[in-house]
Write a protein that binds this ligand. Structure first.
Ligand SMILES: [Fe+2]
Length: 199
């Protein structure tokens, strides 16, 4: 039996998670958070960032949350590009920390620097680390890509964010800190000029 997650209590549930450790409640609360009005309004900030850089209009396609539970691989994404999830759209992605910084210890995302130059890698293996875990489209040639491109960990403090290309190979890492790690995700669709394709 658990408290029903609603508009009034979801932020409290997220903030109190470390004390209560009620996972199902947390997932519902984060779902509520990722679709709340404030976050959607807040996305205008990132839309303006995009307009400033690309001089083109962008539209928010969805929001999400990267959840890093202590020592859990269930919510960790293996190496992937965003492109296979949105094959028919041109997309660009943002992540920023919620509540506490994102760092190597708490499993922040890492990227293979410059790997977006590979274009859309269509040859992927669908990997699920466990029955309940998230799905990753891992490039079949990932071993070579890892040799070719350097892994870089995205450290983000408060008010930092990362913007990344749909073809950048990235992953989330295992959280070896005792605390939960949360990162908000915003995805935009729009035209931009640096989609380099390998010929
Ligand atoms: Fe991703």
């Amino acid at each position: 039996m658990g408290t029903e997650v609603n508009k009034k209590n979801y932020s409290k549930i997220i903030l109190n998670f470390e004390k209560l450790k009620k996972f199902d409640q947390l997932y519902s609360a984060l779902k509520k958070f990722s679709s709340n009005k404030e976050l959607l309004n807040f996305s205008n900030f990132f839309r303006k960032v995009l307009i400033n850089i690309f001089k083109k209009n962008f539209k928010l396609i969805n929001t999400g949350m990267a959840i890093g539970l202590n020592n859990s691989i269930r919510t960790a994404y293996n190496w992937h590009q965003e492109k296979p999830y949105y094959p028919n759209k041109k997309t660009i992605h943002f992540q920023f920390p919620l509540l506490s910084p994102c760092n190597k210890k708490n499993g922040t995302m890492s990227v293979l620097l410059g790997s977006n130059n590979e274009g859309y890698i269509q040859s992927t293996k669908n990997i699920k680390k466990s029955k309940k875990s998230v799905n990753s489209f891992v490039p079949k040639d990932i071993k070579n890509f890892k040799k070719k491109y350097k892994e870089f960990f995205i450290n983000m403090g408060k008010k930092d964010f990362v913007m990344f290309h749909e073809n950048l190979i990235h992953r989330t890492n295992k959280n070896i800190s005792p605390n939960i790690r949360l990162a908000c995700i915003l995805r935009f669709q729009g035209d931009y000029g640096f989609n380099i394709k390998k010929s």
